[in-house]
Design a protein around this ligand. Structure first.
Ligand SMILES: O=C(O)c1ccccc1N[C@@H]1O[C@H](COP(=O)(O)O)[C@@H](O)[C@H]1O
Length: 217
């Protein structure tokens, strides 16, 4: 089965081009000022116009309506990635107001973190499982932290789901093998420093992810 490969936190035309040419299915743009990958509305608009076929993902963290509206107007994304503590009710509200599909990030550290899943699955279009950030972290994701993929083993989820958190070209096959995820999402693992994407690492990751495709559900 084809694997959905998402490269997140793109912020320059060159690295976006590397991801697109290498065949990324989704490209993510971060609208969260504390992140080293944050893009201004102006940059988002320019990068957004560069994307023809791939799905554009607007990532935000507990964003208010104004930030969502501005980022949507600038980027014209096909899907919203909500990476904060957005409640099920807030997601319903966002979907109704903005008319876009939602991928909700679920922060995973223990099995207890999956308890909220049925509520989110009822309203979201996709789920993204990411490692839970430490309490003192400046952002809830994009930290290169891995979670225990075995927690997702045997997961019976009717929605498409992706895995992220500390992925790289070396561990992506193992992550897909254990979780049977239909997609993978990466940011830090294709960077030479926080926020600095490396075109070679992007290409190598996409190649490694594609090599796992026969494992994906
Ligand atoms: O990339 C960021 O800076 C970011 C900021 C706030 C929330 C999420 C963020 N990124 C997402 O985090 C995961 C894991 O990234 P990594 O590969 O471990 O660095 C990924 O889904 C990114 O989309």
């Amino acid at each position: 089965m084809p694997l959905t490969v998402k490269i997140c936190g793109l912020s320059t035309p060159e690295t976006l081009d590397a991801a697109l040419v290498a065949g990324a299915d989704m490209v993510g743009f971060v609208f969260f000022p504390p992140s080293p990958r944050h893009v201004s509305l102006d940059v988002a608009e320019k990068l957004g116009r560069q994307v023809k076929k791939a799905v554009k993902v607007a990532l935000s963290v507990d964003a208010d309506d104004a930030l969502l509206a501005n980022s949507i107007e600038a980027l014209r994304p096909q899907i919203l990635q909500l990476h904060g503590k957005e409640s099920v009710a807030r997601i319903r509200d966002i979907k109704q107001k903005f008319g876009l599909p939602v991928m909700k990030a679920i922060a995973v550290e223990t099995a207890a973190d999956l308890a909220a899943l049925p509520g989110y699955a009822a309203v979201c279009d996709r789920i993204l499982f990411d490692a839970k950030a430490p309490k003192d972290a400046t952002r809830p994701g994009g930290l290169g932290a891995v979670f225990d993929w075995h927690l997702l083993e045997g997961l019976d989820l009717k929605l498409p789901f992706m895995v992220s958190g500390g992925l790289n070209e070396e561990n992506v096959a193992e992550a897909v093998r254990i979780t049977r995820a239909g997609g993978v999402d990466i940011s830090s693992g294709v960077e030479s420093a926080p926020g600095i994407k490396d075109p070679d690492m992007i290409r190598n990751f996409i190649r490694a992810a594609r090599a796992t495709e026969e494992l994906a559900t």
